[in-house]
Design a protein around this ligand. Structure first.
Ligand code: AMP
Length: 367
């Protein structure tokens, strides 16, 4: 079976690497000729609105999936006439619009911060009464890693915040006084079968993920079950096929949804080394129409992102149990260049982290 992947970044690369042992073949699509997945799979380059390039990409594919969240809806519609496309384009459209996403959460009784669309300064001023202060003004589309976001501390900040982002559709939300950030990933197959990964604790620096711990420490069965029920509700409502990610805030034992990713996710990378079945393999099994694999980890795992710089690989490998994944990308501040995973018993993971976290932090160059 040949699978097409829209987006040729590290997620596409790791999808291909997970699929080869299963006999799957791949073709990637990316505007950049040096896309990371192009080092391990056939790559078609072109703009997402280049019909001729999309046609070359689609030729002979059995299934098309995506790893890039800003694939234009028109490209997916065009491709859907040529091959099966999973996850459903509707799920991608929802994840591309913070307003649609939060509205869906509310429809499914999944708590979120208060929010309101704010396309004019008058809307914003009115909305601040409703969402409260501090608040965060965000672009509805194309925001990631904290880009396209401005914090509003007092009503007097509203004008300047609006001026920074004006001209694009905006949403304002209350700033959540969270205790920690967590995420849950799950796969759903074509027959409706699901596999839910354990809740993961995520630490961000300047809004960029730097560390995930799986399973999230200090988590009750009840919290885990509530996270699982939320993502199951989303999978069902979207008639989803593939891996879906739900990022949440934990606030005094409650879970508030922040955003959806209709794709494999950075907070699931630990599953390559520690999971029964990695998120990448389960995504492929789902879109191929195959049975899903066990998502449960075999122990505890920690994943550290290598951002903007990579410590000497030999120093990382000198700690037993450390697994290194490099994406073959040129270093640039803020760029995700790779990740490392450690897994095993809690004490083993903690001991390894004491050694490698300082190495990783010293090499990190954020934007
Ligand atoms: P996002 O692009 O929405 O995932 O935001 C990036 C990061 O900004 C999140 O991981 C949080 O650390 C922070 N953030 C976003 N929205 C909120 C919010 N409503 N309240 C508190 N922190 C937020």
């Amino acid at each position: 079976m040949k699978i097409g992947v829209l987006g040729g970044g590290q997620l596409g690369r790791m999808l291909a690497l997970a699929g080869y042992p299963l006999g799957l073949r791949f073709r990637m699509f990316d505007p950049q000729p040096d896309a990371a997945a192009g080092q391990v799979a056939e790559l078609v380059t072109g703009a997402y609105d280049d019909r001729a390039a999309l046609e070359r990409f689609a030729d002979g594919l059995d299934v098309i999936t995506y790893e890039f969240e800003n694939v234009p809806a028109a490209a997916l519609e065009y491709l859907a006439e040529r091959a099966k496309v999973y996850p459903p384009p509707r799920a991608l459209a929802c994840s591309q619009d913070r307003l649609a996403e939060k509205t869906l959460f509310r429809t499914l009784d999944i708590p979120t911060a208060e929010f309101a669309p704010s396309d004019s300064l008058a809307d914003l001023t009115r909305a601040l009464d409703h969402v409260g202060l501090p608040a965060i003004l965000k672009t509805r589309h194309h925001g990631y890693d904290g880009l396209g976001q401005v914090v509003i501390h007092t009503a007097a900040d509203a004008d300047a915040a609006f001026a920074t982002l004006a001209g694009r559709p905006l949403i304002v939300e209350g700033r959540v006084p969270f205790d920690r950030e967590v995420s849950v990933l799950a796969a759903r197959g074509r027959t409706g079968e699901t596999a839910v990964y354990p809740l993961v604790e995520n630490r961000h620096e300047r809004s960029v993920l730097i560390r995930s711990l799986a399973p999230a420490p200090h988590t009750t069965d009840d919290l885990r079950a509530r996270a699982a029920r939320k993502i199951e509700r989303l999978l069902h409502a979207l008639d989803y096929v593939g891996v879906l990610t739900l990022e949440m805030f934990e606030v005094q034992g409650r879970l508030w949804a922040n955003e959806l990713a209709a794709r494999v996710h950075n907070s699931g990378h630990w599953s390559i080394d520690a999971g029964g079945t990695s998120q990448f393999e389960n995504h492929l099994r789902a879109v191929a129409g195959w049975p899903l694999g066990d998502p449960q980890p075999r122990g505890s795992a920690a994943m550290l992102n290598l951002i903007g710089g990579v410590p000497p690989v030999t120093e990382l490998l000198a700690t037993r149990g450390v697994r290194v994944h490099l994406y073959g990308k040129e270093p640039r501040p803020g760029r995700k260049l790779g990740h490392v995973t450690v897994c095993g018993g809690d004490d083993e993971v903690a001991a390894a982290l004491r050694v490698i976290e300082p190495l990783v932090a010293a090499a990190r160059v954020l934007r």
